[in-house]
Design a protein. Structure first.
Length: 350
């Protein structure tokens, strides 16, 4: 499988804040290709999605067709980009990676699509940020494998039609709600990625430790898994931090105590919350008396970007039952309030 990253797949440096939790959907080196599974059988977790993909891929291959267009949504770090590589590999095709913000003009998309070989995968990360003008080109491309390009103006105006080779578009988004319904309806397969169970994260960590030649006790990796917020990318990042710590402080021994010490240094508490999570919870508690508070007001008080809070910070806190989203805004739950009290009492890092 060939991978070509020929359109900038990373964010525009000026329009996105620094990602918390070390999460940069495009460039986090801890996700490095070395740790990325390339086949469905190597991919751990997301059992339902894998089963759906196995069937769809086998059927498409037996008809010598590309896989139907696939929309993946869910919080960052759960493996959307990895899955695009896996799908391409299973199809015996290449993947070309780009992102919504990188495709600024219709011609960017034309360039991207015309460079695809038959049955290749075009992966568009952050597809909810695709400009409207580009989105319009994508409809006939997805449906009829053609792009209509207007040339000249006035009395000379005419349309040139470019025919495309069969391809699969894989769109990834953290915000399915922001996708227009015409775009959403053109995906034949849609799947929401869920957070991983601790046991699945442990399996991923064991696999990564093997690939990185890290020898660690199983209960040490279990502790990393429990602090990884259900997210493989975070698990692999924390594993590297623990490896560094062990190398410098414990002669390479990775025990449960090593993990506790290394992750305390990283500001990651025993349930995986880090500095920005704790600040989110304590701001609602201290400034807004537990809420409800609107997202924009909360973001302004914290000096953070509202989109980052909504995409990256809140999903795990909601899933963990520490905050609730109501029509009047965000509110701490009883567990959320208990957690803040522990933070204030110094029982977890501040
Ligand atoms: N590395 C990161 N995510 C993974 C996954 N889901 N399965 C195997 N290895 C991974």
């Amino acid at each position: 499988m060939a991978t070509e990253r020929w359109v900038s797949a990373t964010k525009q440096p000026t329009d996105l804040p620094d990602p918390p939790h070390g999460l940069d959907p495009g460039t986090d080196p801890s996700l490095g290709n070395a740790l990325r599974p390339t086949r469905l059988d190597e991919y751990i977790g997301q059992a339902e999605l894998k089963e759906r993909l196995r069937i769809a891929i086998e059927a498409a291959k037996s008809r010598s067709e590309p896989l139907d267009h696939l929309l993946l949504h869910g919080p960052p770090g759960l493996g959307k980009t990895t899955l695009a590589h896996v799908v391409a590999s299973e199809m015996g095709a290449s993947v070309k990676v780009t992102s919504g913000p990188a495709l600024t003009k219709g011609t960017d998309l034309v360039g991207a699509l015309t460079r695809l070989e038959a049955n290749d995968v075009l992966f568009i990360d952050e597809i909810h940020r695709l400009p409207v003008a580009v989105e319009e080109f994508i409809y006939p491309a997805m449906e009829d494998l053609r792009i209509d390009i207007a040339v000249d103006a006035g009395v000379h105006a005419r349309t040139v039609t470019v025919t495309l080779k069969p391809f699969t578009l894989i769109g990834a988004t953290t915000r399915a709600g922001l996708l227009s319904s015409p775009l959403r309806s053109r995906f034949g397969l849609t799947h929401n990625l869920n957070y991983y169970e601790p046991g699945e994260l442990l399996d991923i960590l064991c696999r990564s430790a093997g690939l990185l030649s890290i020898s660690a006790e199983r209960d040490a990796l279990e502790r990393v898994a429990l602090r990884s917020r259900g997210t493989p990318r975070i698990a692999n990042r924390l594993l590297r931090r623990v490896r560094d710590y062990a190398q410098v402080r414990t002669g390479g021994v990775i025990s449960a105590t090593t993990v506790d010490e290394a992750l305390a240094l990283e500001g990651v508490d025993e349930i995986g919350l880090d500095e920005i999570d704790r600040r989110y919870l304590t701001t609602i508690h201290k400034t807004y008396q537990g809420g409800p508070v609107g997202l924009e007001a909360l973001a302004a008080t914290m000096g953070e970007d509202a989109g980052t809070l909504a995409d990256v910070v809140e999903p795990f806190l909601l899933q963990r039952g520490l905050v609730a989203r109501t029509t009047r805004g965000r509110e701490l739950t009883k567990d959320g309030t208990d957690r803040v009290r522990k933070v204030i009492a110094g029982e977890v890092w501040t």
